[in-house]
Design a protein around this ligand. Structure first.
Ligand SMILES: O=C(O)CCC(=O)C(=O)O
Ligand SMILES: [Fe+2]
Length: 202
């Protein structure tokens, strides 16, 4: 049911937020797995761009990521993948976006890190169509910073913005090519799974 609500919101306004998208138990398990991967040093500095354009630019983004390998998913990751598969189908049914595959990474923003304003579609390869972010944090105060700030066209050509705090269990979904966004400086370690539905095959 929830998936249809996401699809409807995406169709009508291009984005939505769902709190408690996953159970607390599942969130804690995913967080623990993420912490283990982190402890094993399997996180890398995130970059920007694709292929030959790929660059690590800490002045633009200073998070670290660990990509999920579609062929080597852990049981927990497979479970999340399944949930995303159902969401993908619900979105396709309502929005006709022709979404065909999913990619995702764990992300960790250390204290002091951020990601400047950007669009999730690459300049030349535009296969990322819908962005899906799930926050895994135990708890979050507004004072901790680290909001996701999304920008929208407002009245008279002016821009409006919405700040979303990374509360654990919260899912944010938006059109990758249409909604510029940034991650404001976080004062606390900030953890999430960022994924994209794509219009290409695996
Ligand atoms: O974690 C977030 O809230 C957004 C991350 C993001 O914009 C990205 O990874 O492209
Ligand atoms: Fe992004």
């Amino acid at each position: 049911m929830e998936n249809e609500a996401v699809a409807m919101a995406l169709y009508e306004k291009g984005w939505c937020i769902i709190d408690d998208f996953i159970s607390e138990d599942f969130r804690k398990e995913l967080l623990q797995e993420q912490q283990e991967i982190l402890a094993h040093g399997q996180f890398r500095h995130a970059g920007i761009g694709k292929g030959d354009d790929f660059k690590i630019k800490p002045e633009i983004r200073s998070d670290k990521v660990s990509w999920m390998d579609y062929h080597l998913l852990t049981p927990l990751q497979s479970w999340y993948w399944e949930m995303m598969e159902e969401l993908r189908m619900a979105i396709n049914q309502r929005c006709f976006l022709g979404l065909r595959s999913f990619e995702a990474h764990f992300a960790m923003y250390p204290p002091g890190s951020f990601y400047l304003r950007h669009l999730d579609q690459f300049q030349d390869v535009k296969y990322r169509v819908v962005t899906v972010i799930l926050y895994l944090n135990d708890h979050w105060d507004d004072d901790d910073g680290g909001a996701l700030r999304m920008y929208f066209p407002g009245e008279n050509g002016e821009e409006t913005s919405v700040d979303v705090y990374p509360q654990g269990g919260r899912l944010v979904v938006f059109l990758s090519g249409e909604i510029p966004h940034e991650v404001l400086l976080t004062k606390k370690e900030r953890v999430s799974i960022t994924g994209w539905f794509r219009d290409i095959e695996y």
